[in-house]
Write a protein that binds this ligand. Sequence first.
Ligand SMILES: [Zn+2]
Length: 461
Amino acid sequence: MSDRTIILQDADFLVRDYETIERGLSVVIRGNLIVDIGKAEDLKRDHVIDEVYDLSGKVLLPGMINCHTHTAETMYRGRGHDFEFPDWMNNLVYPTNEVMEAEGDELFYYLAQLSAMEAVASGTTSFIDNCVNFTKRHVYHTAKAMDDMGFRGAVAKDAVDQSPMDRGFTGPIDEEVSAVREFLGRWKAEGSDLVQAWVGPNGTAKKPNGGATDELLHKLKAVADEYNTRLHVHLAGTHWEIENVRKQTGLVGSIAMAHQLGILDERTSLAHCIWLDRSEMEILAETGTQAVHCPSCNQICAIGVFPMVGLMELGVTCAIGTDGAPQNDSLDMFREMRSAVLLQRITHMDADAVSHKDAFRQATEYGAKVLGVENLGKIEPGYLADLTAIQVRNNPFLMPMYDPLETIIYACSGGRDVAMTMVNGRILYEKGEFRTVDPVKVMSEVEAASKRIDNKYLHTL
Ligand SMILES: [Zn+2]
């Protein structure tokens, strides 16, 4: 890693975290870390600077952390919006994944890079890619794609031992567990300081479309602990799941079931967490389990609304994910933060239910907590230099600017307004240019594959 020292100079505003905003400051970055913040003239006196990057006319923010997505699903962005949720899985997700399998590892590599391109161009510096059902076979190439590009995040590998529609992605428990072990071991040997290998079962086998049995979930948590890594699971995402759990276990819901299985702790994050009662919210608070909500997915799939207000009252760490492209059509976390706030307000019929500051905190420092990286998600000395700069001068979409955070959360569009994104002290994106990836190659590979997949399946929808 380079030890060069860069000064990001004279930002109009520096949004250090959800409650600290300062004017006209500069930031010194050495290698991958923020080392100092202050007035440019003082910083230039105190540090030997190799490169000056002008931030005048811009607002500097910590990069967003997208805590739940599926990069392979970018392949079917814009399809299947009018299916009821179970049909959406059965008619869109599974068959398309099945057809994509024939394309091999390369396609999954390019889809991860395409998603990371969309992320950095919209101010996101990390994501958690939950590689579920068929895509679990391509986790190594997904992780490699992110690492090669210099993008941060985690790749969580699925394991499934029971599904009512066996399309060839379920397996016996021992085989599923050893495939997860193989990935964790192989990725550990790569020694990446950017991308983590996680365990990411799609969910409980009690979901209508199946998943991991209790025995498998229990074993997967043990494997995650053994490898000193994290567990990420879709849980309590639909009322169908909860009805099945209640019928089969007599418990109040999936969170109570997961608690009984011993898989909930501060190293477990749960995607969706929509259907849970007060006692289950308390379980999340007591165990330190994190909840990741996906506001656009809640609305597009019509599966319910995340109980953010109740969880925040109890001190549960809530973070935000976009989910995959077909549940959202965008990986832009600015859209997602806005949607998170608006969805809570209309649900509670209360314009004060949650604020833009809550959403921003969830997309930054709480996202870092889910990712398990302590010095991430704020602009502070000692923190990792994962940053994004928003163009505000001469930008008709973002003027006037009284409170930059409020304006940005409600009015910013990532791909349009992001001027620069840096991950680990390295600029990955600047003014429409991607510096660490060949965008023409990535997009032409995905475009060509999309035509083949459309011919084989998608046109039938
Ligand atoms: Zn998901």
